[in-house]
Ligand binder design. Sequence first.
Ligand SMILES: [Zn+2]
Length: 119
Amino acid sequence: MVEGFDDKNPDGQNPQNGNARFASACPMCGTEYAPEEARVVSEKEGAFLIHTNCKKCRCSVVATLVANQMGVSSVGLITDLTYEDVIKFKDGSDITADDILRVYTVLSEDNRIEKALKV
Ligand SMILES: [Zn+2]
């Protein structure tokens, strides 16, 4: 996943530039999503985890949509995860700093990182 973005529209003054737009169009190329391109991964207490895949640029977004008395808000991440990947990883454990250090340590043995970068 890459940098997350928050598309909340707290003032609610311009729905065309707020949540509705995020939920209905690709954030990378602006192509409108067809309804069948948004798939609900899970739902819990009125909050939906949704995966979309843009048919034009193939960019995927995983987003949470929450509807309450204040309106609808969404927070999304541009990702390379497929719908099946999201199903697989959504309940997985978090990656810790120790996990990263362990991978770094393993890759550093015998200068594997340097060798990999000298392709
Ligand atoms: Zn797109």
